[in-house]
Design a protein around this ligand. Sequence first.
Ligand SMILES: Cc1ncc(COP(=O)(O)O)c(C=O)c1O
Length: 400
Amino acid sequence: MKKNPQTALIHAPRKAPQYVSTIQPPLFRASTIIFDNTNALFNRHWTDRYDYSYGTHGTPTTFTLADNIAQLEGGEFCLLAPSGLSAINLVNSCFLSQGDEVWVADNIYGPNMEHLRNLEMRYGITVKVYNPIDVASFQPTEKAKLIWLEAAGSVTLEFPDLNNLVKKAKAHHVLSALDNTWGAGLAFNAFDFGDEHLSVDLTAHALTKYPSGGGDILMGSVVTRDEKLHQQLFRMHALQGISISGDDTAQVQRSLASMQIRYQHQSESTLTLLAWLKQQTEFAQILHPADETSAGHTYWKEICSTEQSAGLVSVIFKPEYHLKDVRHFCDALSLFKLGFSWGGPISLVMLYNLKEMRTLEHTHLQQGLLVRFCIGLEHPQDLIQDIKNALKQLKRQQLE
Ligand SMILES: Cc1ncc(COP(=O)(O)O)c(C=O)c1O
Protein backbone atom coordinates (compact mmCIF):
# COMPACT_ATOMS: atom_id res chain seq x y z
CA MET A 1 0.00 0.00 0.00
CA LYS A 2 1.40 3.35 -1.00
CA LYS A 3 1.47 5.69 2.00
CA ASN A 4 1.10 9.44 2.11
CA PRO A 5 4.50 11.19 2.55
CA GLN A 6 3.75 12.15 6.16
CA THR A 7 2.85 8.59 7.14
CA ALA A 8 5.83 7.22 5.20
CA LEU A 9 8.18 9.51 7.09
CA ILE A 10 6.71 8.55 10.47
CA HIS A 11 6.88 4.86 9.67
CA ALA A 12 10.36 4.87 8.16
CA PRO A 13 12.34 1.71 9.07
CA ARG A 14 13.49 2.09 12.66
CA LYS A 15 15.56 -1.03 13.27
CA ALA A 16 19.31 -0.47 13.35
CA PRO A 17 21.20 -2.82 11.02
CA GLN A 18 22.64 -5.60 13.17
CA TYR A 19 25.97 -5.83 11.39
CA VAL A 20 27.16 -2.32 12.25
CA SER A 21 29.74 -2.24 14.98
CA THR A 22 30.65 1.12 16.54
CA ILE A 23 32.89 2.30 19.38
CA GLN A 24 29.94 3.54 21.41
CA PRO A 25 26.80 1.43 21.83
CA PRO A 26 23.66 2.45 19.91
CA LEU A 27 21.52 5.02 21.68
CA PHE A 28 17.91 4.25 22.62
CA ARG A 29 15.56 7.10 23.50
CA ALA A 30 12.25 5.73 24.66
CA SER A 31 9.05 6.43 26.47
CA THR A 32 7.00 3.92 24.43
CA ILE A 33 8.39 0.46 23.75
CA ILE A 34 6.56 -1.26 20.89
CA PHE A 35 5.34 -4.82 21.54
CA ASP A 36 5.46 -7.30 18.66
CA ASN A 37 1.93 -8.57 19.40
CA THR A 38 -0.63 -8.95 22.21
CA ASN A 39 1.09 -12.11 23.39
CA ALA A 40 4.24 -10.11 24.08
CA LEU A 41 2.10 -7.42 25.77
CA PHE A 42 0.21 -9.78 28.09
CA ASN A 43 3.19 -11.99 28.93
CA ARG A 44 5.56 -9.18 29.82
CA HIS A 45 7.20 -9.07 33.24
CA TRP A 46 8.11 -5.45 33.77
CA THR A 47 10.42 -6.31 36.65
CA ASP A 48 12.51 -8.42 34.29
CA ARG A 49 14.95 -5.96 32.77
CA TYR A 50 15.04 -7.73 29.38
CA ASP A 51 11.27 -7.54 29.07
CA TYR A 52 11.41 -3.95 27.95
CA SER A 53 7.99 -2.46 28.47
CA TYR A 54 8.21 1.28 29.10
CA GLY A 55 10.90 3.94 29.09
CA THR A 56 10.89 4.50 32.86
CA HIS A 57 11.72 0.83 33.45
CA GLY A 58 14.91 1.11 31.40
CA THR A 59 16.27 0.76 27.89
CA PRO A 60 19.37 -1.00 26.56
CA THR A 61 21.13 2.38 26.82
CA THR A 62 20.38 2.86 30.52
CA PHE A 63 21.09 -0.80 31.33
CA THR A 64 24.48 -0.60 29.60
CA LEU A 65 25.55 2.35 31.74
CA ALA A 66 24.02 0.81 34.88
CA ASP A 67 26.01 -2.41 34.33
CA ASN A 68 29.20 -0.43 33.86
CA ILE A 69 28.65 1.54 37.06
CA ALA A 70 27.89 -1.65 39.02
CA GLN A 71 31.11 -3.16 37.73
CA LEU A 72 33.12 0.00 38.41
CA GLU A 73 32.02 0.00 42.04
CA GLY A 74 32.39 -3.73 42.62
CA GLY A 75 28.62 -4.28 42.91
CA GLU A 76 26.13 -6.43 40.99
CA PHE A 77 23.02 -4.35 40.39
CA CYS A 78 22.58 -0.67 39.60
CA LEU A 79 19.75 1.77 39.11
CA LEU A 80 20.22 5.18 37.56
CA ALA A 81 18.60 8.38 38.79
CA PRO A 82 18.42 11.93 37.40
CA SER A 83 20.91 13.31 39.96
CA GLY A 84 23.09 12.19 42.82
CA LEU A 85 20.61 13.64 45.29
CA SER A 86 17.71 11.78 43.71
CA ALA A 87 19.72 8.52 44.02
CA ILE A 88 20.20 9.29 47.73
CA ASN A 89 16.51 10.08 48.11
CA LEU A 90 15.61 6.82 46.40
CA VAL A 91 17.49 4.93 49.13
CA ASN A 92 15.85 6.99 51.88
CA SER A 93 12.33 6.64 50.55
CA CYS A 94 12.76 2.94 49.80
CA PHE A 95 14.13 1.80 53.14
CA LEU A 96 12.82 4.24 55.77
CA SER A 97 9.33 3.98 57.25
CA GLN A 98 7.53 5.68 60.10
CA GLY A 99 9.20 4.98 63.45
CA ASP A 100 12.59 4.03 61.95
CA GLU A 101 15.87 5.50 63.10
CA VAL A 102 18.49 6.61 60.59
CA TRP A 103 22.12 7.40 61.46
CA VAL A 104 23.93 10.10 59.51
CA ALA A 105 27.58 11.14 59.60
CA ASP A 106 27.94 14.75 60.70
CA ASN A 107 29.94 15.51 57.54
CA ILE A 108 27.41 13.95 55.14
CA TYR A 109 26.52 15.77 51.92
CA GLY A 110 24.30 18.60 53.26
CA PRO A 111 21.15 18.06 51.14
CA ASN A 112 21.04 14.40 52.25
CA MET A 113 20.84 15.59 55.87
CA GLU A 114 18.19 18.16 54.89
CA HIS A 115 16.13 15.51 53.12
CA LEU A 116 16.28 13.27 56.18
CA ARG A 117 15.34 16.15 58.50
CA ASN A 118 12.35 16.76 56.24
CA LEU A 119 11.31 13.08 56.52
CA GLU A 120 11.79 13.34 60.29
CA MET A 121 9.46 16.31 60.51
CA ARG A 122 6.74 14.85 58.30
CA TYR A 123 6.89 11.08 58.73
CA GLY A 124 8.15 10.41 62.25
CA ILE A 125 11.57 9.10 61.30
CA THR A 126 14.30 9.78 63.86
CA VAL A 127 17.57 11.24 62.56
CA LYS A 128 20.65 10.62 64.71
CA VAL A 129 24.02 12.18 63.94
CA TYR A 130 27.34 10.43 64.57
CA ASN A 131 30.98 11.45 64.34
CA PRO A 132 32.46 9.47 61.42
CA ILE A 133 35.85 9.07 63.05
CA ASP A 134 34.42 7.92 66.39
CA VAL A 135 32.59 4.59 66.13
CA ALA A 136 31.41 4.90 69.74
CA SER A 137 29.19 7.81 68.70
CA PHE A 138 27.15 5.41 66.54
CA GLN A 139 24.73 3.87 69.05
CA PRO A 140 21.95 2.13 67.11
CA THR A 141 18.77 1.22 68.98
CA GLU A 142 16.48 -1.63 67.90
CA LYS A 143 14.66 0.91 65.69
CA ALA A 144 17.78 1.68 63.66
CA LYS A 145 17.26 0.84 60.00
CA LEU A 146 19.89 2.66 58.00
CA ILE A 147 23.28 4.29 58.43
CA TRP A 148 24.69 6.77 55.90
CA LEU A 149 28.44 6.79 55.41
CA GLU A 150 30.52 9.08 53.26
CA ALA A 151 34.22 8.56 52.53
CA ALA A 152 35.71 11.13 52.59
CA GLY A 153 32.96 13.34 54.04
CA SER A 154 31.69 16.43 52.31
CA VAL A 155 33.68 19.65 52.62
CA THR A 156 35.80 18.78 55.70
CA LEU A 157 37.00 15.50 54.13
CA GLU A 158 37.42 13.41 57.28
CA PHE A 159 37.76 9.76 56.31
CA PRO A 160 35.46 7.55 58.42
CA ASP A 161 36.39 4.40 60.28
CA LEU A 162 34.60 2.39 57.59
CA ASN A 163 35.78 -1.00 58.87
CA ASN A 164 34.34 -0.60 62.32
CA LEU A 165 31.24 1.37 61.36
CA VAL A 166 30.20 -1.29 58.85
CA LYS A 167 30.97 -4.12 61.28
CA LYS A 168 28.86 -2.44 63.94
CA ALA A 169 26.02 -1.80 61.49
CA LYS A 170 26.03 -5.46 60.46
CA ALA A 171 26.06 -6.60 64.09
CA HIS A 172 22.90 -4.52 64.69
CA HIS A 173 21.20 -5.48 61.39
CA VAL A 174 21.37 -1.90 60.17
CA LEU A 175 21.61 -1.34 56.41
CA SER A 176 24.76 0.54 55.46
CA ALA A 177 24.59 3.03 52.59
CA LEU A 178 27.71 4.82 51.41
CA ASP A 179 27.80 8.02 49.39
CA ASN A 180 30.53 6.78 47.05
CA THR A 181 30.97 9.97 45.02
CA TRP A 182 34.44 10.79 46.37
CA GLY A 183 35.94 7.30 45.88
CA ALA A 184 33.94 6.85 42.66
CA GLY A 185 34.73 3.11 42.63
CA LEU A 186 38.41 3.96 42.04
CA ALA A 187 39.91 4.90 45.41
CA PHE A 188 38.56 1.75 47.11
CA ASN A 189 36.05 -1.03 46.57
CA ALA A 190 33.00 -0.32 48.72
CA PHE A 191 31.83 -3.91 48.27
CA ASP A 192 35.09 -5.51 49.35
CA PHE A 193 37.30 -3.49 51.64
CA GLY A 194 39.40 -4.13 54.71
CA ASP A 195 41.10 -7.36 55.67
CA GLU A 196 37.81 -9.15 56.28
CA HIS A 197 36.33 -8.39 52.84
CA LEU A 198 33.74 -6.12 54.35
CA SER A 199 31.02 -4.68 52.16
CA VAL A 200 28.49 -1.91 52.47
CA ASP A 201 24.95 -2.87 51.51
CA LEU A 202 24.33 0.03 49.12
CA THR A 203 26.14 2.87 47.47
CA ALA A 204 24.74 6.09 46.08
CA HIS A 205 26.99 7.89 43.62
CA ALA A 206 26.67 11.33 42.06
CA LEU A 207 27.63 10.39 38.50
CA THR A 208 27.43 14.14 37.95
CA LYS A 209 31.02 14.33 39.21
CA TYR A 210 33.74 11.96 37.91
CA PRO A 211 31.74 9.60 35.66
CA SER A 212 30.24 12.53 33.73
CA GLY A 213 33.45 14.54 34.03
CA GLY A 214 32.12 17.42 31.94
CA GLY A 215 30.45 19.59 34.56
CA ASP A 216 27.38 19.55 32.34
CA ILE A 217 25.27 16.49 33.19
CA LEU A 218 23.37 15.55 36.32
CA MET A 219 22.96 11.85 37.13
CA GLY A 220 23.09 9.43 40.04
CA SER A 221 23.20 5.72 40.75
CA VAL A 222 22.37 3.23 43.48
CA VAL A 223 24.43 0.04 43.49
CA THR A 224 24.11 -3.11 45.58
CA ARG A 225 25.20 -6.71 45.50
CA ASP A 226 22.03 -7.90 47.17
CA GLU A 227 19.31 -8.92 44.71
CA LYS A 228 16.53 -8.50 47.27
CA LEU A 229 17.55 -4.94 48.04
CA HIS A 230 17.84 -4.25 44.33
CA GLN A 231 14.32 -5.54 43.66
CA GLN A 232 12.94 -3.29 46.41
CA LEU A 233 14.77 -0.34 44.89
CA PHE A 234 13.71 -1.28 41.37
CA ARG A 235 10.03 -1.21 42.34
CA MET A 236 10.35 2.10 44.22
CA HIS A 237 12.29 3.54 41.27
CA ALA A 238 9.42 2.57 38.94
CA LEU A 239 6.70 3.76 41.36
CA GLN A 240 8.36 7.16 41.63
CA GLY A 241 8.64 7.45 37.86
CA ILE A 242 12.38 8.02 38.09
CA SER A 243 13.86 8.22 34.65
CA ILE A 244 16.83 9.75 32.85
CA SER A 245 17.37 10.86 29.30
CA GLY A 246 18.96 8.45 26.83
CA ASP A 247 21.14 11.26 25.53
CA ASP A 248 22.53 12.08 28.99
CA THR A 249 23.11 8.38 29.63
CA ALA A 250 25.06 8.03 26.39
CA GLN A 251 27.20 11.06 27.31
CA VAL A 252 28.15 9.56 30.67
CA GLN A 253 28.79 6.19 29.04
CA ARG A 254 31.16 7.93 26.62
CA SER A 255 33.02 9.69 29.47
CA LEU A 256 33.56 6.48 31.44
CA ALA A 257 36.39 5.48 29.10
CA SER A 258 38.56 8.34 30.34
CA MET A 259 37.35 8.37 33.93
CA GLN A 260 40.27 6.62 35.60
CA ILE A 261 42.83 8.77 33.76
CA ARG A 262 40.99 11.95 34.76
CA TYR A 263 40.59 10.81 38.37
CA GLN A 264 44.27 9.90 38.60
CA HIS A 265 45.34 13.22 37.09
CA GLN A 266 43.09 15.19 39.42
CA SER A 267 44.31 13.16 42.42
CA GLU A 268 47.96 13.85 41.55
CA SER A 269 47.37 17.56 40.90
CA THR A 270 45.55 17.83 44.22
CA LEU A 271 48.47 16.24 46.06
CA THR A 272 50.81 18.79 44.40
CA LEU A 273 48.53 21.60 45.55
CA LEU A 274 48.24 20.09 49.02
CA ALA A 275 52.04 20.14 49.47
CA TRP A 276 52.16 23.79 48.39
CA LEU A 277 49.12 24.90 50.43
CA LYS A 278 50.72 23.46 53.57
CA GLN A 279 53.59 25.93 53.24
CA GLN A 280 51.38 29.01 53.12
CA THR A 281 50.98 31.10 56.25
CA GLU A 282 47.39 32.27 55.68
CA PHE A 283 45.81 28.93 56.53
CA ALA A 284 45.16 27.48 59.97
CA GLN A 285 44.41 24.01 58.62
CA ILE A 286 44.51 22.04 55.38
CA LEU A 287 42.03 19.20 54.98
CA HIS A 288 42.75 16.23 52.72
CA PRO A 289 42.60 12.57 53.78
CA ALA A 290 46.10 11.83 52.40
CA ASP A 291 47.56 14.39 54.77
CA GLU A 292 48.58 12.83 58.05
CA THR A 293 47.23 15.75 60.07
CA SER A 294 43.72 15.24 58.62
CA ALA A 295 41.15 13.46 60.76
CA GLY A 296 40.70 9.86 59.67
CA HIS A 297 44.01 9.72 57.77
CA THR A 298 44.82 6.29 59.21
CA TYR A 299 41.42 4.94 58.10
CA TRP A 300 42.05 6.35 54.60
CA LYS A 301 45.41 4.56 54.56
CA GLU A 302 43.82 1.27 55.58
CA ILE A 303 41.47 1.21 52.61
CA CYS A 304 42.49 3.54 49.79
CA SER A 305 45.01 3.26 47.04
CA THR A 306 47.38 6.16 47.73
CA GLU A 307 47.46 7.50 44.17
CA GLN A 308 43.68 7.71 44.03
CA SER A 309 42.48 10.39 46.40
CA ALA A 310 40.12 12.53 44.31
CA GLY A 311 40.40 16.20 43.50
CA LEU A 312 39.17 17.97 46.61
CA VAL A 313 41.19 19.89 49.18
CA SER A 314 39.86 22.34 51.76
CA VAL A 315 41.63 25.09 53.69
CA ILE A 316 40.56 26.87 56.85
CA PHE A 317 41.74 30.46 56.92
CA LYS A 318 43.30 31.77 60.12
CA PRO A 319 40.69 33.55 62.30
CA GLU A 320 42.14 37.00 61.48
CA TYR A 321 40.68 36.60 57.98
CA HIS A 322 37.08 37.70 58.05
CA LEU A 323 34.31 36.96 55.60
CA LYS A 324 35.08 40.05 53.49
CA ASP A 325 38.74 38.93 53.18
CA VAL A 326 37.89 35.38 52.17
CA ARG A 327 35.32 36.67 49.70
CA HIS A 328 38.00 38.96 48.30
CA PHE A 329 40.33 35.95 47.94
CA CYS A 330 37.68 33.91 46.09
CA ASP A 331 36.83 36.83 43.82
CA ALA A 332 40.53 37.36 43.02
CA LEU A 333 40.95 33.81 41.68
CA SER A 334 40.85 33.59 37.95
CA LEU A 335 41.28 29.94 36.88
CA PHE A 336 39.24 28.65 39.84
CA LYS A 337 35.63 29.50 39.12
CA LEU A 338 33.11 30.08 41.89
CA GLY A 339 30.54 27.29 41.69
CA PHE A 340 29.14 24.14 43.25
CA SER A 341 30.14 20.61 42.25
CA TRP A 342 33.41 18.90 41.29
CA GLY A 343 34.92 16.29 38.98
CA GLY A 344 34.77 18.45 35.84
CA PRO A 345 37.55 19.92 33.68
CA ILE A 346 37.46 23.39 35.29
CA SER A 347 38.71 23.95 38.82
CA LEU A 348 36.13 25.31 41.22
CA VAL A 349 36.17 27.10 44.55
CA MET A 350 33.45 27.42 47.19
CA LEU A 351 33.44 29.05 50.62
CA TYR A 352 31.60 27.67 53.63
CA ASN A 353 30.78 28.72 57.15
CA LEU A 354 31.48 25.60 59.18
CA LYS A 355 29.43 26.80 62.14
CA GLU A 356 26.28 26.50 60.02
CA MET A 357 27.15 23.03 58.76
CA ARG A 358 27.79 20.78 61.74
CA THR A 359 25.51 19.39 64.44
CA LEU A 360 28.24 18.01 66.74
CA GLU A 361 31.18 19.78 68.40
CA HIS A 362 34.42 19.05 66.55
CA THR A 363 37.70 19.60 68.30
CA HIS A 364 39.71 18.49 65.26
CA LEU A 365 38.56 21.47 63.18
CA GLN A 366 40.07 24.93 63.64
CA GLN A 367 37.89 28.01 63.84
CA GLY A 368 37.78 30.04 60.66
CA LEU A 369 36.24 30.27 57.26
CA LEU A 370 36.60 27.26 55.03
CA VAL A 371 37.33 27.28 51.32
CA ARG A 372 37.10 24.11 49.25
CA PHE A 373 39.08 23.76 46.05
CA CYS A 374 37.89 21.25 43.45
CA ILE A 375 40.79 20.52 41.17
CA GLY A 376 40.06 20.25 37.47
CA LEU A 377 42.27 19.16 34.59
CA GLU A 378 44.41 22.30 34.34
CA HIS A 379 48.17 22.12 34.99
CA PRO A 380 48.71 22.18 38.77
CA GLN A 381 51.43 24.86 38.54
CA ASP A 382 48.95 27.23 36.88
CA LEU A 383 46.47 26.56 39.68
CA ILE A 384 49.14 27.25 42.31
CA GLN A 385 50.01 30.51 40.55
CA ASP A 386 46.31 31.45 40.57
CA ILE A 387 46.05 30.92 44.34
CA LYS A 388 49.39 32.74 44.87
CA ASN A 389 48.05 35.78 42.99
CA ALA A 390 44.79 35.75 44.95
CA LEU A 391 46.67 35.55 48.27
CA LYS A 392 48.85 38.49 47.19
CA GLN A 393 45.75 40.52 46.40
CA LEU A 394 44.29 39.56 49.76
CA LYS A 395 47.41 40.89 51.53
CA ARG A 396 47.42 44.05 49.44
CA GLN A 397 43.80 44.67 50.33
CA GLN A 398 44.51 44.20 54.02
CA LEU A 399 47.26 46.86 53.90
CA GLU A 400 44.98 49.42 52.25
C1 LIG B 1 29.15 13.95 48.06
C2 LIG B 1 28.02 14.30 47.18
N1 LIG B 1 26.99 13.44 47.08
C3 LIG B 1 25.93 13.71 46.31
C4 LIG B 1 25.86 14.88 45.59
C5 LIG B 1 24.61 15.17 44.79
O1 LIG B 1 24.86 15.07 43.44
P1 LIG B 1 23.95 15.86 42.39
O2 LIG B 1 24.53 17.24 42.30
O3 LIG B 1 24.09 15.07 41.15
O4 LIG B 1 22.56 15.86 42.92
C6 LIG B 1 26.91 15.81 45.66
C7 LIG B 1 26.85 17.07 44.89
O5 LIG B 1 27.58 18.00 45.10
C8 LIG B 1 28.01 15.51 46.48
O6 LIG B 1 29.04 16.37 46.61
